[in-house]
Design a binder for this molecule. Structure first.
Ligand SMILES: CC(C)(COP(=O)(O)OP(=O)(O)OC[C@H]1O[C@@H](n2cnc3c(N)ncnc32)[C@H](O)[C@@H]1O)[C@@H](O)C(=O)NCCC(=O)NCCS
Ligand SMILES: Nc1ncnc2c1ncn2[C@@H]1O[C@H](COP(=O)(O)OP(=O)(O)OP(=O)(O)O)[C@@H](O)[C@H]1O
Length: 235
């Protein structure tokens, strides 16, 4: 299975690109933001861990987490953000790993992991190619403010809580420049789809392929059975 890493900055257009990959090209996508949202749902283990750290002050009257309030706390103070990351990170990682495994067992040929913190968590080591959705800094700030109705300070806090987009761009295998129109982005997505669905598998991808691992396991089981039979016959 080819596992493609999709990342970028906050509001750089990851969801726009991953929606197109999923709905337009039929590629399965594991969405880390969606998993993170589920991990914070009321009365889940993640919710309880977060509540223990931040207290009931982050709750809405109905008992759900006030995401805006929690966001304002963690994006303004990196030590608070690290506490949140430590509480939710393992839950998110476990669910993602399980989702990837399910796709591997089902024989999915190409899987996209949409992970905002792909580099920050070191997950980029397990994905190839790594695709960075890039926009220039002014456009990123403008789109974030327009989408979420944030002040400039709130937007800057959120942007600064991640590695810079230019840093991520340097580390990318493929860059999608989303600073222009959606049509221009669309063309780049088509090129990406062509690349990830037709390029030959690397030796690492082959070693991790379901057929290869299946064959190794089958050979191991068969040899162990033969070995036991031989031992029994000799005894
Ligand atoms: C702080 C929370 C409650 C704010 O919720 P809100 O609805 O305002 O934002 P949303 O979840 O849609 O995230 C928007 C974007 O913020 C950025 N972001 C989210 N969490 C983090 C973080 N811990 N560090 C840096 N950037 C982050 C990502 O680019 C993400 O795409 C929420 O982001 C959260 O629970 N974050 C911790 C979980 C996490 O690490 N998510 C990222 C998955 S890799
Ligand atoms: N090429 C584009 N032209 C104009 N607007 C765009 C373009 N691409 C994305 N947008 C808009 O910019 C905003 C951010 O895009 P999107 O939600 O896809 O970013 P994201 O990287 O997934 O954000 P987050 O990190 O918060 O999850 C959205 O309102 C989206 O509609």
């Amino acid at each position: 299975m080819r596992v493609v890493g999709l990342t970028g900055g906050i509001a750089s257009g990851k969801s726009t690109v991953s929606k197109e990959l999923r709905d337009g090209s039929g590629l399965p996508v594991v969405d880390a933001d969606k998993i993170a949202r589920a991990a914070l749902r009321k009365n889940t283990p993640g919710y309880r861990r977060v509540l223990k750290i931040f207290g009931k002050g982050i709750l809405l009257p109905d008992g759900n987490v006030d995401r805006e309030k929690l966001g304002n706390i963690v994006f303004a103070d990196s030590s608070q953000r690290k506490l949140l990351d430590r509480a939710l990170g393992p839950v998110i990682a476990r669910t993602m790993l399980w989702d990837v495994l399910k796709h591997w067992i089902a024989g999915t040929p190409v899987l996209v992991l949409d992970v905002p913190l792909l580099f920050e968590t070191g997950m980029d080591r397990y994905t190839s190619p790594v695709v960075v959705v890039w926009v220039d800094a002014d456009t990123e700030e403008e789109r974030l403010i327009a989408r979420d109705g944030l002040s400039q300070e709130q937007a800057r806090n959120r942007i600064n809580s991640q590695r810079s987009l230019d840093w991520k761009r340097e580390k990318a295998d493929v860059v999608i420049d989303n600073s222009g129109s959606l049509e221009l982005t669309q063309q780049q997505i088509q090129e990406l789809v062509e690349k990830i669905t037709t390029a030959p598998l690397s030796w690492k991808e082959m070693l991790c392929s379901r057929n290869f691992v299946g064959s190794v396991v089958a050979v191991a089981i068969a040899s162990s059975l033969c070995w036991r039979l031989c031992l029994k016959r000799d005894a």
